[in-house]
Every structure is written in structure tokens, then in C-alpha cells.
Design a protein around this ligand. Sequence first.
Ligand SMILES: Cc1cc2nc3c(=O)[nH]c(=O)nc-3n(C[C@H](O)[C@H](O)[C@H](O)COP(=O)(O)O)c2cc1C
Ligand SMILES: [Fe+2]
Ligand SMILES: [Fe+2]
Length: 402
Amino acid sequence: MHCFRKVKDDLIFIGANDRRLALFEHVYPLPYGVSYNSYLLLDEKTAIFDCVDKSVSEVFFSNIEYLLKGKSPDYLIVQHMEPDHSATLDDFIRRYPDTKIVCNAKTLAMIKQYFGFDADSRSIVVKEGDALSTGRHNLSFYMAPMVHWPEVMVTYDATDKILFSADAFGIFGSMDGALFADEVDFEKDYMDEARRYYTNIVGKYGPQTLALLNKAASLDIRIICPLHGFVWRKDLDIFIDKYQKWGSYTPEAKGALILVGSVYGNTENAADILASRLSEAGVKVAVRDVSKTHFSFILSDAFKYSHIVFACSTYNNGIFTNMENLVHDFVAHNLQNRKVSYIQNGSWVPASAKLIAEQMQKLKNMETLGEVFTIKSSLKEEQLPELYALADAIAKDINNSL
Ligand SMILES: Cc1cc2nc3c(=O)[nH]c(=O)nc-3n(C[C@H](O)[C@H](O)[C@H](O)COP(=O)(O)O)c2cc1C
Ligand SMILES: [Fe+2]
Ligand SMILES: [Fe+2]
């Protein structure tokens, strides 16, 4: 059965929510689901902005059928070929063989990689700045490579000043009846999942994200229609400011994120003492157990906080396994501009701090703060002054920069 909402009288949201999927990209947990957005523009010529994931294809096709009363859409604008938006493209073409696909040359090549239908004869190939009129609406296309795949483009509707932003400004989380960000308490209820989406999915490509923001800054944008999550029609700056921060790897919050990788709990004990001392000094602290909390949440926290403390056991002469994976994930996502400190533990040769620090050196502007604090198996009373000294160095650095 159809289920849609109006963005404007002539622009209809025809996507849907998937609350069943456990892992987005078969990697990222989706505790609150995800939406796959698609938009139908009802003009002299009708245009659809992107298809949807297979899981929600039934509602998507019902919406088109109902709203167009069985007529074929004139244009399907393909902004991104990732299958969460384009897996239904061949089904779409089987249903609507006369619809013209509007896409760039890279997208056309990818369509042919994914599907066997004749894409060449059906496509209108566009490039940076090209225009398409649907009647009242004047659309133009802008390339946004690597936000989040190489072929990504976004579309600007100069008539109603709408940016169709592809994966940019997307979030994890379903839209439970609400369509607009101003219909929910976005900052309280959705910003964490927005950050987790950006940092994990696009976070590696900060410079490309900033390049897109630069292009967008020259356009008069009143509404943003992303491919996941809410449409923005008010207070766009709230989200754009976050994107500026995330894209430039600038911490959002002064505070310490303490990451614990501990087999038997002794390293965690030191981390808790450090956390208490920091808290007493007025520092905002978050402690995460890297074995228990999925890395996607921790990467998101790492983009949020200014200071990171690695508290980690040594494991087979290496970094404790889950911490090792996390550290590689930080490197893979190009995390930058953080102050880092180390607590290490080992029962024979403690080595985790040095090994983590070697990885951090691969990243830009990661500054070590305080001395490495080393535990041999369990923390001793006489070591407390040294642990407090580390906490005080971190607290001083944070409080001085507040
Ligand atoms: C499988 C395994 C391998 C370990 N390998 C090392 C090692 O190579 N070097 C070392 O100094 N300690 C090693 N340890 C000891 C850990 O670092 C030990 O768990 C730590 O000293 C105690 O801290 P925790 O209670 O936080 O785990 C290993 C422990 C386990 C269980
Ligand atoms: Fe994507
Ligand atoms: Fe996507």
C-alpha cells in the first residue's frame, strides 16, 4: 500500500523505512533502522530522484503507481549508484522502460557494471553545471565525488531552492511519521546517529565533504533533501555547522574519550580512576569498552571529543585485539587533530602504547599528551600519583582551552 508525504505540493517523498535490517552495509548496527529516501517531482515532466533499497521496493513502486496513476515517470535522476539506492534500478526499468535515466558518465558506466539492460539508449548524460528543465523547475547538477562514492552528484532545484544532497546530510535511524527535521528534536534524539552515519560512511572523505559544502555555499539553499533521514527546511545551519566540523576533523566537544581494551579488568580499573579524577576536575568524560561497544559508535565518539585516552592491555606482543581493530579503523577514517594519551598494561613486556602510538603517527596532527602510564598486571598504590599526574595534564589542557 502506498505511503508517502509531501515535501511541497509538487514534491513528494516516496521512500520508506527499513527497521528490520541488522547491519547497514553488512557492517554497521542499525538499532533504530534507516530510511531510503526517494523524491517525486510533479511538473510538466515528472522526475524521480533516486530509487531505493530492495527491502522497501514494494512501497516505493506502489507510491509511483498511485501518484502517477500508472503513467511512466519522464526522468529518473540517479545521483548515487550504491545499491542502497540503486538496487531497484533494473526493476524500475522493467516497469518503466521509457523513463530517461539522468546521470553522469561515471554513473552510466556503473549502471552497466551492475545491470544488463541497455542503459546507453535510455540515458541523458550530464556533467558539472548542466541544466535540465522539467517545466516550472530548473534543475542543475553538481559533482560530489567521494561523498560517498566516486560517481556521486547532487542536484539543485533553482526554482524552489532545494538541494537534493545524495548521501550528504544523511543519518541512520528511521523516520517515524516525521519527514522534516523540525518535526522532531533532532539535536537530542538524532544527532548521535547522524554523527555515526557521517563519520563511518563518509568520514574518511573530509576534504571532499568540505568541497561539496563550498559548492553549496554559492547556492541559495532553503531545503535539503538527503537520501537517508529527514528533510531540512528550517535551521539548516545546525546541520551544516556539524558538517563543517566533521569534514575538517574539528572536535565538537572539549572532553576526554577513554577507550578501554582490558582482558581481565586491571587496565579498566586504571581507566576508571583516571575518569574519576578527570570528572572531579570538571572534564566531560566518556568511557567505552572497545570489546563490547561496536566500533562504529566509538569512531563517532572519537570525531566528537577533543582528547582520547587509550587504556589497553598488551596481547601476544601486540595491541589487545579489539583495540587493534579500532585503531586501524581510526587510521582508515583519517581521524585528525586530537590529543592522545596512553595507559598500557602487560604481564611480561608491556608494548601496547608504543604500538598504538605508531599507528597514530600515520594521522595528521595527533599530539601526545602526558607520559605513557604503564601497569604491570595490576595497579599499585604507589603508582597513583603518576596516574593522577596524567589526569591532571589532560584536565589542564582541556580546561585551559575552554
Ligand atoms: C592471550 C593473552 C596474551 C597476552 N599477551 C601478552 C604479551 O604479549 N605481553 C604482555 O606483556 N602481556 C600479555 N598478556 C597479559 C595481558 O596484558 C594481561 O591481561 C594484563 O597484564 C592484565 O591486564 P588486564 O586485567 O587489563 O587484562 C596476555 C594476556 C592474554 C590473555
Ligand atoms: Fe552511499
Ligand atoms: Fe546511502
